[in-house]
Design a protein around this ligand. Structure first.
Ligand code: HEC
Ligand code: HEC
Length: 274
C-alpha cells in the first residue's frame, strides 16, 4: 500500500496538470488567489477547485449540501440556554451574523491566559466552561461540529486573513516546521503532497493544496463533517506516521500555519469533499 503511494507520487511529476480550465464560480472559490508576502505558493487554490464536479455541486446547493444539517443544528444551539449561569451563546454575543462575522478568517489566535494559541473549537468550548459553566463539547460531537460550522459560516465568502505578529509568530514557526518535516514509514512531509504535487492524481483523488478554508468540512467518506485537526490526523496516518491528538498544541500550531498558507481564500464552510 505504502509503496503504491510512493509509485503514484513518483509518477505525478510526469502527469502533473492543474485543471485550470474549470468554470469559475461567481463567488471566487474556484479562482486562484494571489499569494501574500512570503507565501511559498505561486497561486493559492481552494480544495473546491480540485474536487469532482458532483462534489462541487453538492456543496453549492443549499438543499443538497449535507453539511447544512449541522449548520442548522448549530443555529439552534446558539440560542440554547445551558449550564449554571443559565445563558446561551446569544445571551452574550447577540446576533451571530454580526458578532461572529469574520471570526473564522483569523483563527487560531494567540490567547494570553494560555500563553499559546487557541482555535475556534477550543474558543467555543472555553466560553462553555468559563462563561456558561457547563461541559465542553467532545471534539467529534455533532454539537461541536454544528456550532463551529455555524460560527464559521458567518464568514462565508470573506477572505482568510491571518496576520502574523510577535505573539503568534513563534507558534507559526512551529507549525511551519511540522509542515516541512518528513514523517512516517513513507518519510513524507505535508509539503511533498500539498505543495510539490498538488493538481496531480493520487489513487482516486486529485491532490489539493490541503487548504482549510472549508472547515469543518462535510466528508463523503466520513458521512459527517469533521474538524481541521481530524483531517490532519488522517493525513498523518496516510504516511503511516503516528498522529497527534486532536486539540494538541502540535496540531493547533499547524492549523495556524496552514490557515496562513490559505490567506486570501474565501471561507466556504461547510464545504463538501470526498
Ligand atoms: C457569559 C457570556 C458569554 C457566553 C454565554 C458565551 N460567550 Fe463567547 N465570548 C465571551 C467573551 C467575553 C468573549 C471574549 C473573551 C476574550 O476576549 O477573552 C468571547 C469570545 C468568543 C469568541 C471569539 C470571538 C473573537 O472575536 O475572537 C467566540 C467564537 C465565541 N465567544 C463563541 C461563543 C459561543 C459559540 C458560545 C455558546 C456556546 C459563547 N461564545 C458563549 C462571552 C460569552
Ligand atoms: C501522501 C500524500 C499526503 C501527505 C503527505 C499529506 N496529505 Fe493531506 N491530503 C492528501 C490527500 C490525498 C487528500 C485528499 C485530496 C486533497 O484534498 O488533496 C488530502 C487532504 C488534505 C486536506 C483537506 C483539504 C480540503 O480541501 O478539505 C488537508 C487540510 C490536508 N490534507 C492537510 C495535510 C497536512 C497538514 C499534512 C501534513 C501533516 C498532509 N495533509 C499530508 C494527501 C496527503
Amino acid at each position: 500500500m505504502g509503496r503504491l503511494i510512493k509509485v503514484a507520487i513518483a509518477g505525478l511529476l510526469a502527469s502533473l496538470l492543474v485543471t485550470g480550465t474549470a468554470m469559475a464560480a461567481a463567488d471566487g472559490k474556484n479562482e486562484a488567489v494571489k499569494p501574500g508576502k512570503d507565501s511559498p505558493l505561486d497561486e493559492v487554490w481552494s480544495g473546491y477547485h480540485f474536487a469532482k464536479k458532483e462534489t462541487q455541486a453538492l456543496q453549492d446547493d443549499d438543499f443538497d449540501n449535507p453539511g447544512n444539517l449541522w449548520l442548522e443544528q448549530g443555529e439552534a444551539l446558539w440560542s440554547k440556554v445551558e449550564g449554571e449561569s443559565k445563558k446561551s451563546c446569544q445571551s452574550c454575543h447577540n446576533d451571530a451574523k454580526a458578532s461572529m462575522k469574520g471570526v473564522a478568517t483569523r483563527y487560531p489566535v494567540y490567547y494570553a491566559p494560555w500563553k499559546k494559541l487557541i482555535n475556534l473549537e477550543q474558543r467555543i468550548n472555553l466560553c462553555r466552561t468559563k462563561f456558561m459553566k457547563t461541559k465542553a463539547y467532545k471534539w467529534k460531537s455533532n454539537q461541536l461540529l454544528g456550532i463551529t460550522i455555524y460560527v464559521a459560516a458567518q464568514s462565508k465568502g470573506m477572505p482568510t486573513n491571518i496576520v502574523l505578529n510577535a505573539k503568534n509568530k513563534p507558534f507559526w514557526e512551529k507549525g511551519k516546521k511540522h509542515y516541512y518535516t518528513r514523517r512516517g514509514q513513507l518519510d513524507m512531509a505535508c509539503a511533498h503532497c500539498h505543495e510539490n504535487y498538488y493538481g496531480g492524481q493520487i489513487r482516486s483523488n486529485v491532490l489539493s493544496q490541503g487548504q482549510i478554508n472549508g472547515f469543518p468540512t462535510y466528508r463523503l467518506k466520513w458521512q459527517k463533517p469533521g474538524s481541521v485537526q481530524r483531517r490532519f490526523k488522517g493525513c498523518n496516518k496516510q504516511v503511516r506516521a503516528k498522529p497527534y491528538k486532536i486539540g494538541s498544541d502540535e496540531y493547533t500550531n499547524l492549523e495556524l500555519y496552514v490557515r496562513w498558507r490559505g490567506n486570501g481564500l474565501p471561507i466556504e464552510t461547510p464545504a463538501v469533499r470526498n
